[in-house]
Write a protein that binds this ligand. Sequence first.
Ligand SMILES: Cc1cc2nc3c(=O)[nH]c(=O)nc-3n(C[C@H](O)[C@H](O)[C@H](O)COP(=O)(O)O)c2cc1C
Length: 209
Amino acid sequence: MEIINNLQWRYATKRFDTEKKLSKQQLDLLLQSINLAATSYGLQPFELIVAEDSSIRGQLGEAANNQKQVTEASHVFVFAAKTDISNEYINSFVERISEVRKIPLSELADFRTKLINSMASKSKEDRFQWAARQAYISLGFLLSAAAMEKIDACPMEGFDRNRFDEILGLKEKGLASVVMATLGFRSPEDKYSTLAKVRMPLDRLVTVV
Ligand SMILES: Cc1cc2nc3c(=O)[nH]c(=O)nc-3n(C[C@H](O)[C@H](O)[C@H](O)COP(=O)(O)O)c2cc1C
């Protein structure tokens, strides 16, 4: 029941306590939860930008309809999906498997070809949308891990992606922002913290066949 209690406790935090910051251990734990998320083939086709600089945070806030979380939270994580999946990236991934699992590259040749063919079978836009979906899975891992540690968070899509990409210089890195999360600790002034959670009854969500 503790998991459910913690998931009930979490909510999309609108106002953060500007005096409370994540400790280094808490930050590391959150980053690891993102890195440990499942991704298709394990390819992790996205990167995470941790926005710390206050001037950058100010610009991001403006590009996010001035939503206060962006400037008031302890940390801002921007998930940026790869705008394409190059063969070089696939090669570096296969090399990493070889190194970590101590498997000769020759034994991974078929897997490498499978990945290259799988990516080649999609359009560039489909590859980007696929990469974005992988980033969202890691957002889910992050939100759950934060709740387990009683760290508050707000997942956010309400921002101008092109402006975010410009502010963070993502385009030249082959990345595009897709979603962000602000993290920290709720302010006592956040009226949303006491609202009842609105969810469908389980029997409207779930069909057993
Ligand atoms: C992908 C995604 C994007 C969201 N974007 C925003 C946002 O831009 N601003 C905001 O205040 N809340 C945002 N939310 C929070 C949702 O409104 C919130 O999760 C939903 O109303 C359910 O409430 P709860 O999370 O507090 O249980 C977003 C949530 C998700 C999952």
